[in-house]
Design a protein around this ligand. Structure first.
Ligand SMILES: Nc1ncnc2c1ncn2[C@@H]1O[C@H](COP(=O)(O)OP(=O)(O)OP(=O)(O)O)[C@@H](O)[C@H]1O
Ligand SMILES: [Mg+2]
Length: 453
């Protein structure tokens, strides 16, 4: 059921109950009023007629006098006077004032008693020979008046309720229209359009809703852009790795395979031509080539599967990583203090990636002379610190790459916190990560990671 229909239904119920209650009260009031008015009219009529027939001087012609009394009641609103002869025949009857706007008969029947109020006038002795006289209270005029009041009240109530209903309908309609904008915006988000925003709404009360929605949409949009960029980066990295692998295999393996093939052919030839003394050096050359290829294959396998690298343990894997950089940057000095305790996957992999990206960033961007790597386990938490004495974050550095974002995402996914900032007292950058062991899932993950220059 819509809010509008519910409101209309509620107001209609209020209208019906008010009408029923109002009608009951009005009915009581009209009954009372008609009865009181008729009794009052009757007592005034009896008094007036009594005075008229009490006047002795006029009693010279009693018949005429009585007719005059009856005539006096002509045009009365409530009383009808009737003069009877000695045998009950009607000699004269006054005419009641007809109501301008008579009440419908059902209303008349509803508010009047079955028997009309009728009283026989107590005539003095001089009038006894003429007959009798009665006064009868006729409520038609009073009921017509009550009917007209009742109808007016009904009309006022009807107009009032129609206006209230229309106003409520209009108010709810206009109040709901901004919510329709919000619903449309939610549909947009549901359909994947994260650029959807809600424009300022007409009502101040809805401002927090708009504000919250727009923040949510902006965050979703940001996350989607970041995800897309990370995805693209992954694809690029994969492509680069494949190309490098192909180059490596081509440059490092293919020539040695060729030389092994050539040496094997020569050995056969030497044996056929009886130059057996030449076989030894060729066999040695084959062994050398195979050793070279084995070494190279191991390197390739390590690059392809860092998980395999981590089989050496975290400390071993980090030593390996540092060895990799030492071979390429012999001028750099490293300080390594890595716990020998085994943590286990997947935290090992997260720690390894944090150190890998921090080292690569320091060397690529900071030109440091020394890099320190410390990994400790303190009260069920892994604490990683990688600091360099390079140039540090420059104020006008370009937009963030994916390395830091990816690092933060990894640490957050295991419930950890990472901070990356310039060192306070000396030049260089310090990356600090704090990861709970057996900690929170990625759903409960901390939002506290930060990067500051
Ligand atoms: N140790 C550091 N010393 C100096 N600047 C740094 C250091 N680490 C990061 N930065 C700055 O922060 C930026 C963002 O680093 P981030 O790792 O996110 O991206 P990137 O290294 O440029 O690219 P990517 O890691 O995606 O290949 C870098 O471009 C660099 O300007
Ligand atoms: Mg980087």
């Amino acid at each position: 059921m819509s809010i509008q229909s519910r409101l209309v239904a509620s107001l209609t119920i209020v209208l019906i109950v008010s009408l029923a209650f109002g009608s009951a009260l009005t009915y009581e009031h009209v009954l009372d009023k008609v009865r009181t008015e008729m009794q009052a009219a009757m007592s005034v009529g009896l008094h007036t007629a009594g005075n008229a027939v009490d006047d002795r001087e006029e009693a010279i012609d009693p018949a005429k006098r009585l007719r005059l009394v009856v005539d006096d009641f002509n045009g009365d609103r409530h009383l009808r006077a009737t003069l009877f002869g000695p045998h009950g025949e009607v000699l004269a009857r006054s005419q009641l004032l007809a109501p301008d706007d008579p009440a419908p008969s059902w209303f008349y029947r509803l508010v009047t008693a079955a028997e009309p109020l009728r009283t026989q006038l107590d005539l003095p002795f001089a009038f006894h020979s003429i007959g009798g006289m009665t006064l009868e209270a006729d409520p038609h005029n009073e009921v017509a008046e009550a009917w007209s009041d009742f109808r007016l009240t009904l009309i006022i109530m009807a107009v009032f309720f129609t206006l209230v209903l229309a106003l409520a309908f209009w108010t709810i309609r206009t109040a709901l229209s901004p919510l329709r904008d919000v619903c449309d915006a939610f549909s947009g988000i549901g359909g994947g359009d994260y650029a959807t925003r809600v424009a300022p709404l007409a009502y101040r009360e809805l401002e927090p809703l708009r504000y919250g929605f727009n923040i949510m949409a902006a965050r979703l949009e940001g996350m989607t852009t970041q995800n897309r960029a990370l995805h693209e980066q992954i694809v690029n990295v994969q492509e680069e790795e494949r190309a490098e692998l192909a180059r490596d295999l081509h440059d490092e393996v293919a020539p040695f395979l060729f030389s092994v093939g050539a040496d094997a052919a020569m050995i056969r030839q030497f044996l056929q031509t009886g130059m057996g003394d030449q076989v030894g050096p060729r066999a040695d050359a084959i062994s050398d080539a195979v050793r070279h290829m084995q070494r190279h294959l191991r390197d390739v396998l390590r690059r392809l599967a860092p998980g395999a690298l981590l089989d050496l343990g975290l400390a071993g894997a980090i030593d390996n990583l540092i060895g990799f950089w030492k071979a390429r940057r012999p001028e750099l000095s490293f300080g390594v203090d890595v716990t020998e305790e085994r943590i286990g996957l997947p935290l090992d992999a997260v720690v390894f990636r944090v150190v890998q990206e921090s080292l690569s960033n320091a060397i690529r961007h900071g030109q440091p002379a020394r890099i320190d790597v410390r990994i400790k386990i303190l009260e069920q938490r892994i604490r990683i610190v990688v600091e360099d004495d390079g140039s540090g974050f420059s104020k006008d550095r370009g937009p963030n790459g994916f390395g830091l974002a990816g690092m933060q995402e990894r640490v957050r996914s295991v419930g950890g916190v990472v901070t990356i900032r310039n060192r306070a007292s000396r030049q260089g950058v310090i990356v600090e990560a704090d990861i709970p062991i057996g900690g929170k899932s990625s759903l409960e993950r901390s939002e506290a990671s930060s990067i500051s220059a």
